[in-house]
Design a protein around this ligand. Structure first.
Ligand SMILES: *Cc1c(COP(=O)(O)O)cnc(C)c1O
Length: 368
């Protein structure tokens, strides 16, 4: 048997006819940038998340970056301010901070949930700390109750990188509605994936919304009048048309992911493998199913031999990247351990029971 790590073709084939219909009405609309499709998606996503203001942008990195840029324009952040970020996040989170001439403060995660450890967050707050940029990594809500409390007590902005956890709930509320602003990504492999790049900013803050709406469109509120030195980062109409189709199926697909995760978590029994912890059913949408193994390379070789797709998220920690030489000296032992041990197993809604059986059986037979 051969099981790909991710099968986007299988995933998208089921909606192909609806996509084609949506594409046809896009072509017929005669309006190709920031048109009816983007407007409808912004409204529907806002209703889904429970927040009124949604701004469709070019991708998830831009969504993060525009939030920080917006706060800089509003004077709520200043160049050089410190932004707390989980040290084990995907590089994009960190890029959004450095791109805006802010300073990332890398904070160690909890080794079991992979998400920010609130005690470590508190320990790293200084007089220059102005924001916490938390990440709901691998699809699980990062302990928001404590982070909200820390942000309140220390007068910090709380921003969610929700690229991986759309649909996850915290006390019945959607991720992306829990802090001051949130960034979403619709990269094809995400739980709500387009057929190209896409992203969104979601916030209740009217001032921030106004600035970001202008900055994503050259910095102009009125055509050819520029209030800001803006960028061009708009959600594409074609991607919005696709997303309008896919959002309808998101909850159902996340439910299928949960079923697969449930099977992995109860049926994988191998002393050399540490399974991921999940704080509650609703808090996780299993963007990735990430296990740990201290003989990871042996496990990878074994899975490859069995035809079971696998990937490392992520092989190199941001502070150890070549692009961030200024942080290469930092020592973050938990983060570094995770980067040595984590491995992601196939996880997508259309994985069949037979495939899941095969994966579980083979992992249970792994020995080193
Ligand atoms: C995917 C991702 C991003 C970036 O989104 P893009 O749409 O690829 O730019 C940011 N943060 C996290 C945690 C991600 O997984």
């Amino acid at each position: 048997m051969k099981i790909p790590f991710l099968d986007l073709h299988r995933q998208n084939l089921q909606h192909k006819q609806e996509y084609m219909k949506a594409f046809e009405s896009f072509v017929d609309s005669g309006w190709y940038i920031l048109g009816k499709g983007v407007e409808r998606f912004e409204e529907t996503l806002g209703n889904y998340v429970g927040i009124r203001n949604v701004i469709g942008v070019g991708n998830g990195l831009d969504a993060l970056s525009l939030i920080l840029r917006g706060y800089l324009e509003l004077g709520k952040l200043q160049e050089g301010d410190e932004v707390i970020v989980p040290a084990n996040t995907y590089i994009a989170t960190v890029l959004s901070i450095s791109e805006n001439k802010l300073k990332p403060i890398f904070v160690e995660p909890d080794v079991n949930t992979f998400n920010l450890n609130p005690a470590e967050v508190e320990r790293n707050i200084t007089s220059r700390t102005k924001a916490i940029l938390t990440v709901h990594l691998y699809g699980q809500v990062s302990g928001m109750d404590k982070l909200i409390d820390i942000a309140k007590r220390n007068d910090l902005l709380l921003i969610e990188d929700n690229a991986q956890a759309i649909g996850a709930l915290c006390n019945g509320k959607q991720t992306g509605s829990l802090g001051d602003a949130a960034a979403f990504s619709f990269y094809p492999g995400k739980n709500l994936g387009a057929l190209g790049d896409g992203g969104a900013v979601i916030t209740d803050d009217e001032d921030l919304t106004k600035v970001i709406k202008a900055v994503r469109n050259y910095g102009s509120e009125k055509k050819y009048h520029n209030a800001y030195k803006g960028v061009n980062s708009r959600l594409d109409e074609v991607q919005a048309a696709i997303l309008n189709v896919k959002l309808k199926y998101l909850d159902k697909e996340n439910e299928l992911r949960r079923k697969i995760a449930q099977r992995y978590r109860t049926e994988i029994k191998n002393k050399s493998i540490i399974l991921p912890q999940c704080i509650s059913e609703e808090s996780h949408v299993w963007h990735l199913f990430v296990i740990r193994c201290d003989k990871r390379q042996k496990l990878i070789d074994y899975l490859n031999e069995k035809g079971i797709g696998n990937m490392i998220h992520y092989p190199v920690a941001p502070h150890q990247q070549e692009a961030y030489v200024e942080y290469n000296h930092l020592s973050l032992p938990i983060t570094e351990q995770l980067h040595r041990e984590v491995l992601s197993l196939p996880m997508y809604p259309l994985l069949t029971n037979v495939e899941v059986d095969y994966i579980i059986e083979n992992i249970n037979n792994f020995e080193y």
